[in-house]
Ligand binder design. Structure first.
Ligand code: SF4
Length: 84
C-alpha cells in the first residue's frame, strides 16, 4: 500500500498558476491544458473553489493521485508509480 505522505501534492493549495490571454485559468505548471475556469466568466473565488479543483484536493487528502494527474510527468506522479 502506498503511504499517503509519499503521493501528496500541494499544488492545488498553492494558488492559481496562470491566466491565459483568453482568460482560461490553470492551477499547476504541469497542467497547462487543464482549464479550471475562466476569469471572464467567474470570480477568482469561484475558480479557487471550482468543483474540478476541489475534487483534485480531495483525492490528495485521501492519498490518491487524481485521475487528471495520472498521465502527467511531474515528480509526484512519477514517484507514485515507482511506489506502486
Ligand atoms: S500534475 Fe503533478 S504537480 Fe500538478 S497537481 Fe498533479 S501531482 Fe501535483
Amino acid at each position: 500500500m502506498t503511504d499517503v505522505g509519499d503521493i501528496f501534492c500541494e499544488e492545488p493549495w498553492n494558488g492559481l498558476y496562470s491566466v491565459g490571454v483568453n482568460g482560461d485559468v490553470v492551477f499547476c505548471p504541469c497542467y497547462a491544458k487543464l482549464k479550471i475556469g475562466n476569469i471572464r466568466e467567474a470570480s477568482t473565488s469561484e475558480i479557487w473553489n471550482a468543483p474540478i479543483l476541489v475534487d483534485i484536493r480531495k483525492s490528495f487528502v485521501a492519498g490518491r493521485i487524481p485521475p487528471s494527474c495520472k498521465d502527467q510527468l511531474c515528480p509526484v506522479v512519477i514517484k507514485s508509480k515507482s511506489n506502486s
